[in-house]
Design a protein around this ligand. Structure first.
Ligand code: AMP
Ligand code: MG
Length: 372
């Protein structure tokens, strides 16, 4: 039994089996074993191209209830239903011809892939999956292990991200083990995830398709396929009494223990100057300080005094999203109290990156232009 810092001294609720699988050629027998766990109402964590998921049969309300329990997830935060082929759509979606036409266009363009589509929910999908909403979020993941697991299980798999509620989503099996060992039946280790942040959530139940959560499939991608689409300003919090369109988004998931502050500005050099100066000031006060930057930025900061984590390159923001959650967990591991993060342009996948960073920072954005 693997013991992590989090579960030392705790009695495990379940005997967790960690099963390593090759992402390109997963062992069919081991996969069948995992699928049987799903069929019997168990909990299996599995890799997808976005982040790891914590799955159970979408048609088994008791099993789905256990997902909420294992994560400590609030009961009003709906799960995504994962399918392995478009043939399974009629099992979960009851949308009319307009929704089906949009779904068809989207699935041809972006499935399998990091796009969750919100449609009308078929009554066969239990209430608990969607937390009573009349809609359901559906996705076909682009990861062979995930799709084979769903296919062999013979049922769609309901799954949120495989982290404890409040922790950053897991982009490696080690993150899943740290959070959920002893709480689930199986953790499949299929290596690191490609995208590293959660899927785009797109609601197609209205006239104009709305992105409820930005991800690797961008607004431009949606408009190209459907002719229209909107990405509402996710920096605005819903007004008092108004319920958010995507229930999960009202929670400050994604946050590490450290206090995160984002430094934004017109020019990246100005941002770095402000970050370096504040980092020096905090360090002089005895505050353990971390800096989130990219490979190009690392040399600007004093790596001897600071915890500097460089993820990817500004030339290709998907490489930065890839390393974001691992970096947030690493800052906590190294005991950073305050993390100063460089901001990124809010274009394309930069929207997904800044959305997650913004939420990790609890909305704390400092204008570097006014600091110098
Ligand atoms: P997670 O997989 O942990 O990122 O959580 C799934 C997220 O998908 C939720 O937090 C919601 O933001 C979104 N979602 C799932 N189902 C629905 C739905 N029926 N309506 C709106 N948003 C949904
Ligand atoms: Mg999540």
């Amino acid at each position: 039994m693997i013991r992590t810092d989090e579960n030392i001294g705790k009695t495990p609720e379940r005997n967790t089996l960690v099963i390593k699988l090759d992402r390109d050629r997963p062992d069919p027998e081991k996969l069948s074993f995992c699928a049987n766990v799903i069929k019997r109402g168990g909990l299996v964590c599995f890799p997808t191209e976005t982040v790891y998921g914590l799955g159970a049969s979408a048609f088994d309300p008791e099993a789905v209830k256990n997902i909420f329990r294992a994560k400590g997830r609030p009961s009003d935060n709906p799960l995504i239903v994962h399918i392995d082929s478009s043939d399974k759509l009629p099992l979960v979606c009851s949308g009319g011809p307009e929704q089906l036409e949009k779904l068809d266009l989207l699935s041809k363009a972006y499935w399998p892939g990091p796009l969750t589509v919100i449609t009308d929910r078929d009554p066969a999908v239990p209430d608990i999956v969607s937390c009573g909403l009349p809609t359901v979020g559906i996705r076909m993941p682009d990861n062979l292990i995930a799709r084979e697991l769903i296919r062999l299980s013979g049922v769609p798999i309901a799954a949120p991200s495989a982290n404890l509620s409040g922790k950053p989503s897991p982009s490696t099996a080690e993150h899943v083990i740290a959070d959920l060992f002893g709480r689930v039946d199986v953790i499949i280790d299929g290596g690191p995830c490609d995208v590293g942040v959660e899927s785009t959530v797109l609601d197609i139940t209205g006239d104009v398709p709305q992105i409820l959560r930005p991800g690797a499939v961008t607004l431009e991608d949606v408009v190209r396929v459907l002719g229209k689409g909107e990405l509402p300003d996710w920096k605005k919090s819903p007004k008092e009494g108004e319920s958010p369109r995507s229930p999960g988004l009202k929670y400050t998931h994604y946050s590490p223990d450290a206090e995160v502050r984002i430094y934004d500005g017109k020019d990246v050099d100005v941002i770095r100057m402000a970050v370096a100066r504040e980092a020096e000031r905090l360090t002089a006060e005895g505050v353990k300080t971390g800096v989130f930057t990219t490979l190009e930025g690392a040399e600007y900061y004093d790596g001897d005094k600071l915890t500097v984590i460089a993820a990817g390159t500004r030339d290709d923001l998907i490489t930065v999203t890839h390393g974001l959650y691992a970096a947030l967990r690493e800052f906590d591991k190294r005991g950073a109290e305050v993390v100063l993060a460089e901001a990124f342009p809010q274009e394309g996948v930069g929207n997904a990156l800044m959305n997650r960073l913004f939420r990790a920072a609890g909305g704390c954005v400092i204008n570097a232009d006014q600091q110098n």
